[in-house]
Design a protein around this ligand. Sequence first.
Ligand code: MG
Length: 236
Amino acid sequence: MRRAGRVVREVLELVRGHVKPGATTLDLEKAAEARLAQLGVKAAFKGYHGFPCVLCTSINSEVVHGIPSSKRVLKEGDIVSVDFGVVVDGYYGDAAITVPVGRIDADTARLLAATEASLQAGIAVVKPGATLGDVGAAVQGVVEREGFSVVRDFVGHGIGAQMHEDPQVPNFGEAGRGMKLRAGMVIAIEPMVNAGRPDVMVLDDGWTAVAKDGSMSAHFEHTVAVTASGARVLTE
Ligand code: MG
């Protein structure tokens, strides 16, 4: 799973380098696809429940599951969330980043920083004996202290020989509640955070989830192994 995680990280950093005003989300998709072909690695999302691409690219108020397109041109001040997974020798890795396009306004920069910090806060409590409620409460605490909202309709997940395995890993909850983590488990922690209200809706394409109130939305994700000595982040 660490090998899958390394590929996920390499491709996400490659894609980050292609984010600039004037680029389309299909340009990002093509860059990722070309590198995967060089590596001989299979993308996890393409074909998953019929999803058409290797990347999910979600701009501004799009929360997750946006479809790369030649018609979606990035412009200065936008943010684009890129979610990406692979399978290597039967084991999955999954991660996401939200990238600013050129210069972004201060509130949006604060949204990105808070979302990334909430992911780190969730990772920091991972150890054998900690609960999923501990993880969710840590994420939610950071987000709400900054005045933002955790999306409830999508959650993190167990990951291993399948991309999505039990248990669900909510980005909200109460410390001490929920399943206890054990060494050897691997979970994907993936806060999706709206600047406004947490409500989302899915567009007519059947995939793209957007913030109902049109506010900006950010998404960061890591695949995280639970070890005897705490979290090991497999996608860094
Ligand atoms: Mg995921």
